[in-house]
Design a binder for this molecule. Structure first.
Ligand SMILES: [Zn+2]
Length: 76
């Protein structure tokens, strides 16, 4: 599951195991409105990917599913 974190927070910790190995920015970063998903986070964020997601990225997949409490989006 992809997770958004800012540069201050760094890579997310996964309680179920499985390291986040890929780090990419959304289209339009840092003005894209992707905000760090950490509680209280308000900084622009990159997206961290697990191994299977990073592999899909390397194969050209660029659209990711974001689940609850992993990211916030700042609207215009
Ligand atoms: Zn953060």
């Amino acid at each position: 599951m992809a997770i958004a974190r800012c540069g201050t927070c760094g890579p997310p910790w996964s309680p179920k195991g499985g390291a986040y190995v890929g780090h990419h920015f959304s289209v339009g970063h840092p003005n894209a409105g992707v905000i760090c998903g950490r509680l209280g986070g308000e900084n622009s964020a990159g997206v961290w990917l697990k191994k299977n997601e990073e592999q899909a990225y390397q194969e050209g997949k660029r659209i990711l599913q974001i689940h609850t409490q992993t990211a916030k989006v700042k609207l215009q």
